[in-house]
Design a protein around this ligand. Structure first.
Ligand code: AMP
Ligand code: MG
Length: 359
């Protein structure tokens, strides 16, 4: 059966009822719907329908060992997808939902095995976007939705990115414009005594730590850390454009710029991903530059589109300066490191007898 993708433009604050109804019918009929959330676009299917969930994996080319996040419309739906929900989960939900916080909990029996990649845990969140919430209400089912990109490509922050990657593989696309946050949710596991960040994202570690003083976060910084990936699917190579990405870190601006210039000179056509202040330093060069804006929030919003744009400009390498690992900067740093597959040049690295502080 050949299926034409239907694209509906919707008002992100107050989505048109006909579009939501068509999308909800598609979910109930085991189809795939791409929709905006406050983080990135999701590729959704009925989370209780094993065959529909399987379509997500095949459309994305996603490995079967990379579990999906389930989206729900209100706290009470949590009992449908998870069990033995601890009291601290309720507190976190009251404080942060709807919002970019995903909780890993024990999975309910009725959740199909393919959704959780065979794990006995499930990742759940309530998105803070009217289009996603309207779809969840109208479909009247929890919706499994990973990012609506091809596996390992930069996540989609616009409906066009979804169409570029998935084209005819999705039945309905709800186009609610660009996504406001631009990086994925923060994933928090409540499966151990101490709450643990599995992936930094739209809610900062600092903010969570105010609610959870004993929060654990161990960042992956090097290629060798792949073996110790804290969450399935957080393997180092991810979010990657076609061009090789190289990250530069260092305190001394002049030294970092010099190292980046040397690298640029060794390529036919380098691309640069930079905050406005850094980009100004390279304005004399004839290279492709994508500006990340003035702060970490801007960078989060623009990052994935910028990676896609540089790919479109056929650069043979993308250079970026590692951002500060504070606030939203940590999520941007994490995505950049993965886009770079761990290729990090430490310009003023500490000597070997002075181990890098890792926190
Ligand atoms: P995506 O929605 O594309 O950002 O991917 C969802 C990510 O959530 C996966 O790649 C995993 O890293 C994580 N995840 C989903 N379910 C679980 C789980 N049960 N335990 C740990 N991590 C999970
Ligand atoms: Mg993803």
């Amino acid at each position: 059966m050949s299926m034409r993708t239907r694209v509906f433009r919707v008002d992100p604050k107050s989505p048109q009822a006909e579009a939501i109804a068509a999308a909800a019918r598609t979910i109930r009929a085991s189809g795939l719907v791409a929709f905006p959330t406050e983080t990135v676009y999701g590729l959704g299917a009925n989370a209780l329908d094993e065959a529909a969930v399987a379509k997500i994996f095949s459309a994305k080319g996603r490995p079967a060992n990379d579990p999906l996040i389930v989206h729900i419309k209100r706290f009470e739906q949590l009992r449908l997808v998870a069990r033995d929900i601890p009291a601290r989960a309720r507190e976190l939900c009251q404080r942060y939902w709807p919002g970019p916080l995903t909780l890993v909990l024990k999975k309910a029996e009725r959740i199909p095995e393919n959704l959780t990649a065979g794990l006995d845990t499930v990742a759940v969140r309530m998105p803070d976007h009217e289009v996603a919430l309207a779809l969840l209400r109208e479909a009247n089912a929890p919706i499994a939705a990973p990012s609506a990109n091809l596996f390992s490509r930069p996540s989609p922050t616009s409906a066009q990115h979804v169409l570029d990657d998935l084209g005819d593989l999705v039945d309905v696309v709800l186009d609610g414009g660009p996504t406001p946050i631009g990086v994925e949710s923060t994933i928090l596991s409540l499966m151990d005594d101490e709450p643990r960040i599995l992936r930094p994202g739209g809610i900062s570690v600092e903010a969570l730590r105010r609610t959870l003083p004993n929060l654990v976060y161990e960042p992956q910084t090097l290629a060798e850390d792949i073996a110790a990936a804290p969450a399935p699917g957080t393997m180092l190579r991810h979010y990657s454009p076609c061009a090789r990405v190289i990250l530069f870190s260092g305190e001394d601006d002049a030294e970092v710029y010099a190292a980046m210039r040397a690298e640029i000179a060794s390529h036919d056509r380098a691309g640069l991903l930079a905050y406005d202040a850094d980009a100004a330093e390279f304005s004399d060069l004839d290279i492709a530059i994508e500006r990340l804006g003035a702060n970490a929030e801007d960078a989060a919003r623009r990052l994935f589109a910028a990676l896609r744009s540089l790919d479109g400009q056929k650069v043979d390498c993308i250079l970026a300066r590692a951002p500060e690992k504070t606030g939203m900067g940590l999520a941007v740093w994490d995505r950049l490191l993965r886009a770079a597959s761990g290729a990090l040049v430490e310009v003023d690295a500490a000597p070997a007898d002075c181990p890098m502080q890792r926190n």
